[in-house]
Design a protein around this ligand. Structure first.
Ligand SMILES: NC(=O)c1ccc[n+]([C@@H]2O[C@H](COP(=O)([O-])OP(=O)(O)OC[C@H]3O[C@@H](n4cnc5c(N)ncnc54)[C@H](O)[C@@H]3O)[C@@H](O)[C@H]2O)c1
Length: 545
């Protein structure tokens, strides 16, 4: 029976049969022949996910700096799994498989596929045999086994190892392989290179595989393309030739004239750069959690404290943490480093204190937002069980639709466990797959649902886009993400839409003092992460009544 792979929009694509592979290879071979006749370099991008799809288009958009003509022919290669195959036919139609707020993504992919004809996609990894350069963008996740204890987790290396093995079995001896995946430090030299060397030895190839590493710093949002192309890069190679080749390649495809390229001696150094920069970010965010609690319990508004500190140029990157730190990278990257120290590099002592603690704090900060919601309702003489609660903001940061590991998910799950009737609004998110498809997304058994009870009903969550309608009858509203439209919300309108005073929980310093005061005047209750001064405003309003 034919198997299908469905796109997030529900379009179904039949997964190719074994008998179709030969014809698919012939198709690619003839396109490659034509591209070679035009002196184009053949680049295969393995994994056309969030990063790979856009990186493939950026490479395909490259022109020779002298002639101005396209200089690369790119083949995006993807496993034909039920989960991911749909990305191939979509890309071949010139449609981006990733939904991005950046208006540059879709036209660039359409241009490269349909006009310049420098980008195709395939499921047949025999295309590797034709490559001059392979860019690896498959995922390397870090799975946590407990909520709030990243030390018991593990790196998921299988997809990356399988990809590297296939590459070693198929590429030509002088093909450059560039790992862009964020990996556990040591992976390129001590895991991937040996796998490739072994594959080369079996094939009787005497030369060393040309293997390099250069991590992505891509930021989802309105500047997606630019955050790959016009951004500072770091790279390295396993030997001198690989190092020289990766430097040349990156100088051709990225804007290294304006954004410098740092070449490091060894891949473990570029791998460590990525892990340290993200662990640093995770740590400075986690660090404010304890001061946020301090502020709540001692009448201090941490938002004003941060503003006052930021005035000093040396401290301008201090950031308020919100209800948790999401996105694909910050929750996992420190874990990859922690895991590598033991399992790739072979140490058994415990040098890591701050990195694991930071991740554990960030992963559980949402629980506190749930408690504040409970407390706010209690202060109004109500209970969380059975209360209709509207969460405003499902994504992990403001003004993007990316919900991966968002702090909001923990808030919803905890409140659901406590019996609340959760509703969700987000102007940028169409579907919250972490809830709607929690049994299978991101993969079966990996949903955060496993850490909470009574989660089954969350598959029925539908993200709402009309805030007035969503608020009707709500007993509490959690402002979880500072999306632009939420900054404008007026207390009088909110109470008009709900039909009665409600509890308002501000997780991100969204409300100014005037709005907090107005909510109290309207009979509402207000609580906020890190906002101890709210109590003072409440007492002032009561006194003046
Ligand atoms: N998304 C971000 O915001 C971001 C930012 C910086 C760095 N990164 C890093 O970039 C890397 C890729 O992340 P992503 O967000 O693109 O992940 P993703 O899950 O969206 O994409 C990975 C793709 O690889 C495919 N794949 C898996 N195994 C394969 C195989 N054997 N052969 C071919 N394809 C295979 C998957 O099906 C998927 O389409 C990760 O290491 C990530 O940490 C991501």
């Amino acid at each position: 029976m034919a198997e299908y792979s469905a796109s997030p929009e529900g379009e179904k694509f039949t997964i190719p049969q074994d008998s179709e592979y030969a014809a698919e290879f012939k198709r690619i071979e003839s396109l490659v022949e034509a591209a070679r006749a035009e002196n184009k370099e053949i680049v295969v991008v393995m994994g056309v996910g969030f990063v790979g799809a856009v990186m493939a288009a950026i490479i395909a958009d490259t022109v020779d700096k002298k002639s101005g003509k396209p200089s690369k022919f790119v083949i995006g290669c993807q496993r034909p799994s039920t989960r991911s195959y749909w990305k191939i036919p979509l890309l071949n139609q010139g449609v981006s498989p990733v939904k991005a707020e950046d208006p540059e993504v879709q036209p660039m992919i359409a241009r490269c596929v349909l006009e310049k004809k420098t980008l195709i996609a395939t499921y047949n990894n025999d295309c590797l045999k034709l490559a001059d350069c392979v860019v690896v963008d498959v995922q390397c996740d870090y799975t946590k086994n407990d909520l709030g204890n990243m030390r018991t987790g593990r790196a998921e290396m299988a997809a990356l190892e399988a990809t590297i093995k296939t590459i070693g079995e198929k590429i030509r001896s002088n093909c450059l392989t560039l790992i862009e995946t964020t990996v556990a430090p040591g992976t390129t030299e001590f895991v991937a290179w040996p796998i490739m060397k072994k594959a080369f030895a079996v094939r009787g190839i005497k030369t060393e595989p040309l293997l390099a590493h250069s991590f992505e710093r891509v930021m989802p949002g309105r500047h997606y393309v630019s955050s790959i192309r016009d951004f500072w890069r770091v790279c390295s190679g396993c030997n001198k030739e690989a190092r020289d080749r990766v430097e040349k390649f990156l100088r051709e495809v990225l804007n290294t004239e304006q954004y410098s390229l740092t070449v490091m001696d060894r891949p473990i150094e570029s791998e460590t750069t990525k892990i340290v920069e993200n662990s640093y970010r995770a740590a400075i965010l986690a660090y404010l959690n304890e001061w946020s609690l301090f502020a709540e319990r001692n009448g201090v508004d941490l938002i004003k404290v941060i503003k006052a500190i930021k005035v000093r140029p040396t401290h301008s990157n201090i950031i308020f943490p919100g209800p948790g730190i999401g996105g694909y990278c910050l929750p996992k990257d420190g874990g990859l480093g922690y895991w590598a120290y033991r399992h790739i590099l072979g140490f058994d002592d415990d040098i890591f204190k701050i990195t694991p603690t930071a991740i554990d704090i960030n992963d559980t900060r949402g629980l506190h937002a749930a408690k504040l919601t409970r407390d706010a309702l209690r202060n109004m003489g109500r209970q969380i069980a059975g209360a209709k609660v509207l969460l405003c903001g499902a994504s992990y940061r403001q003004d993007v639709g990316d919900t991966r590991y968002s702090g909001s998910e923990i808030v919803v799950r905890k409140l659901t466990e406590m019996g609340a009737e959760m509703q969700v609004h987000d102007p940028y998110v169409e579907h919250w797959y972490e809830l709607e498809r929690q049994d299978t997304y991101p993969v079966p058994g990996h949903s955060l649902a496993r850490f909470f009870r009574n989660q089954d009903e969350l598959v029925n969550t539908r993200v709402q886009h009309d805030i007035a309608a969503a608020l009707a009858g709500a007993e509490a509203m959690i402002l979880a993400v500072p999306h632009e439209p939420y900054l404008q919300l007026e207390p009088d309108k909110i109470v008009e839409w709900t039909g009665a005073p409600l509890a308002v929980i501000d997780c991100f310093g969204i409300l100014d003092d005037e709005k907090i005061r107005r909510y109290f005047e309207l009979g509402c209750e207000v609580k906020g992460l890190g906002r101890g001064h709210i109590q003072r405003i409440k007492e002032e309003v009561r006194k003046n009544r």
